[in-house]
Design a protein around this ligand. Sequence first.
Ligand code: ZN
Length: 653
Amino acid sequence: MQSLWNEAEAGELAADDLSARVYTSRLLGRDKALVLYGGGNTSVKSVQTDVFGDPEEILWVKGSGGDLAGIDRRGFSPLRLAPTRRLAQLTDLTDEQMVRHFRMYLTDPAAPLPSVEAIVHAILPHKWVDHTHADAVVTIVNTPDGAERVRGIWGDRMVLIPYVMPGFKLARSIAEIYPREATDRTIGLILLNHGIFTFGSTARESYERMIEAVSEAEAYLARHARVPPKTGRASGAAPLAVAQIRRAVSDVAGRPMIVSVGDDPAAEAFARRGDVTSISQRGPATPDHVIRTKPAPLIGRDVHAFAGAYRAYFNEFAAGKPLTMLDPAPRVILDPELGLLTAGKTATDAAIAAEIYRRTIPMILSAEAMGGWRPVSRADLFDVEYWDLEQAKLRRGGTPPVFTGEVALVTGAASGIGRACVDSLLARGAAVVGLDLNESVASMLPRKDFLGVRCDVTDEGQLRDGVASAARAFGGIDMLILNAGIFPKSCMIKDLPLETWRRVMSVNLDANLALLREAHPMLKLAPRGGRVVVIGSKNVPAPGAGASAYSASKAAMNQLARVAALEWGGDGIRINSIHPNMVFDTGLWTKEVLESRAKAYGLTVEQYKTNNVLKTEVTSRDVAELAAEMCGPLFAKTTGAQVPVDGGNDRVI
Ligand code: ZN
């Protein structure tokens, strides 16, 4: 492991204690082998002047729930050091009391709630304190003779702390053990089944000691834990099998869930090991992972059996306590054929579970090579999973957006109405797959809940791949927006080449038939029922001269949608159409085209744009919002409907 300390960067940023604290916290956060998703915290003890001009000793400690990688000054909570430190002298303190006292000791009421490890940071006498769950250290402390290994590697440079619950109990334990065992040579603490603390008199010293200690752990593993090379093949996970698993996971969770295929050869090799059932079931690398991964993965596909076992685990350890069971759905699934699958309420949650588990696999294998993987007991794990403060973190989420956990597929997603539909669906919490002929769709939105796939919708093979991509990225398709279409140059029937006609039919009609057929098994498995929205056209009820191919293709599509509404109602799938007109903020309508059309009608551009009954302009966003609403609860009992969004057209009315 390399130190990322950069003198120039540090000099620029480290103007005061807090800036330096932000800088080295980010350095830690940058390396996933040190810190994963909230799994670490840092602090600095500093002096601040209060409003009376009096100096006051402050502990700046990372706020709860934040991430070190992107932390800034506002991510740290300023606590009065003396009373925070004194809390460790109490014999007992509930989580609720601890949080209340933290709030009282904050010198800024707008600051985030401090990390649960704030008291540990307060009692360590050093100015700078860094804490991580570094992979290499956690691997060593999750072995049967972890304590001896720690003593062998670090001697008295590290004080060994047996596992206790994080928070107040850990602070009490450290307050008792550290003063007794620390020597002049001590640079930190190793926490069995948990992680590592380092400290120092400068930001750099504390950070470099972390790097040094973790590097020693890595070197130790290289000598003592030969891990077999990664073997396996990239997953060819069957899309329908993934969608079936997602349906079962969603049923058990009581809400739609995202399921992502890991596509990781090492994870697939792990899933196929003969001893996977034994080694994967003992527990996560550090207890805080339980929130993301549940106590253990599901092996195979029996989601209901997993849920039954989870209920039994809850009943065993919750006995007599007033706790509400979390949903019993698995978050990590290891299947010999499909490899690693992860589930989450959102695409981000599923991605985090995947990243955590991918990192856990080599840790388990290394520990197995050193006598066995021995994480904390189920009882200890349960205490963290059902910890008040962890529950509070989950509750803080508020009401999720309406399509949370659902998946939408949009064609023609790179521009115009399609692009607007992507935005409207993402804003409602859906994970979205966008297909487009334009390859820019792939890099259009770099976020975990969007996947852009280049696709020629007239190619059945590419469409099948597009549907498979949706299953692999998010677990299926719940909503389908049929938007891709072409509008050829105006041409009278007497001059219309068959080639043009066929081209328009192939994009506007045939491609949609193929996509409906390919998506049907997924839509049928949608946890809340499948929904299809067809972006039709005013030309369906009111065709235009010179637009025969376009008008006929849209009319035929309209009829196809009506028949699909009849055929698929029994599968719980709703299909509705939208008929937009004169949507000018699309690539089709350049400034020049607009000006020439307006002139042809003897109107200004403004008059031309609002040339409808309501005298209003229709935008891509108007169409997209209606499409998204049609997928929502407002239209839950509507299928086979056609709704104009055209500002009112006298030929249609
Ligand atoms: Zn920790």
